[in-house]
Design a binder for this molecule. Structure first.
Ligand SMILES: NC(=O)c1ccc[n+]([C@@H]2O[C@H](COP(=O)([O-])OP(=O)(O)OC[C@H]3O[C@@H](n4cnc5c(N)ncnc54)[C@H](OP(=O)(O)O)[C@@H]3O)[C@@H](O)[C@H]2O)c1
Length: 241
């Protein structure tokens, strides 16, 4: 039977690559976006063209208001008659700031988008369906104490703890896992050299390929013996403490 996944932040970059990979594996994909409606619609129509008989619906929500966003997304799923088997929390905000530079507003934004919205979506998934699989996209930064992206790193750490806690609370019906990637794509405005410079500092000295990130995610999704697991797909960067 066809399975369905809800992917947040699916219009561009890693989220888009995940959406294409699920589509190619026969899944129906619900594409969440916030500002990138046009890109999401273009992706949806391209996928509909390539994979006939599937809808690839787009749902919009701003995770700055996490409770409303989760309620809106799940109301829309219900209207569409779609019941996802899996939830991928991929959307995120990546704002540079040390602890001393972090304003209350920046902290609130980072925590809302990267932690509270996934928290609310996970809860809505649990209450709506009661079974399935959740994968949270973290960052290798959860493993160290560098503070150049302090609020971002803390929000991802909170999401890591939530991953483990929810895995225990919701077993055996929902498995909850996470992937913690190293640099896969340069942030907007930065060149590929940004990645190669970061990769040169990792034990394996290689940029993480998108396919390698996707493989890690598929392992977590397909292995029914695994829950509460964090896979670092980062060239060993998390070992550089
Ligand atoms: N890029 C990397 O190399 C890398 C490395 C380590 C970890 N990660 C993690 O991997 C995931 C994907 O990375 P990425 O670089 O592809 O992410 P990204 O481009 O920075 O962001 C992904 C999406 O998040 C959505 N988003 C941002 N603010 C939002 C809001 N207020 N409400 C709802 N959605 C919002 C955006 O959707 P719209 O465009 O529709 O607004 C955006 O397209 C993230 O969780 C990131 O932390 C990435």
């Amino acid at each position: 039977m066809k399975q369905t996944v809800l992917i947040s932040g699916a219009a561009k970059r890693i989220g888009r690559a995940l959406a294409e990979s699920f589509a190619a594996r026969g899944w129906e994909v619900v594409l969440h976006c916030n500002n990138s409606r046009e890109e999401a619609d273009i992706l949806s129509s391209g996928l509909r063209e390539s994979f006939k008989g599937r809808r690839f619906p787009v749902v919009m929500a701003d995770f700055s208001s996490p409770e409303k966003a989760a309620a809106d997304v799940f109301a829309r799923l219900s209207e569409l008659g779609v019941k996802p088997d899996a939830l991928i929390n991929n959307a995120s905000l990546f704002s540079p700031s040390t602890i001393s530079e972090t304003t209350a507003e920046l902290l609130r934004q980072q925590m809302s988008v990267n932690f509270e919205a996934p928290f609310m979506l996970m809860n809505a998934f649990y209450h709506s369906y009661g079974k399935g699989s959740i994968i949270n996209i973290l960052d290798t930064r959860v493993s160290h104490n560098r503070s150049d992206y302090a609020a971002y790193s803390l929000s991802k750490r909170a999401l890591m703890e939530l991953t483990r806690m929810a895995a225990l609370e919701w077993a055996p019906n929902i498995r909850v896992n996470a992937v913690a990637p190293g640099a896969v794509l340069p942030p907007p405005g930065k060149e590929y050299s940004y990645l190669s410079e970061l990769a040169a500092q990792t034990p394996l000295r290689k940029v993480v390929e998108m396919e390698q990130l996707i493989d890690a995610l598929w392992f977590l999704l397909s292995n029914s013996a695994v829950t509460g697991q964090i896979i670092y797909c980062d060239g060993g960067a998390h070992l550089n403490l």
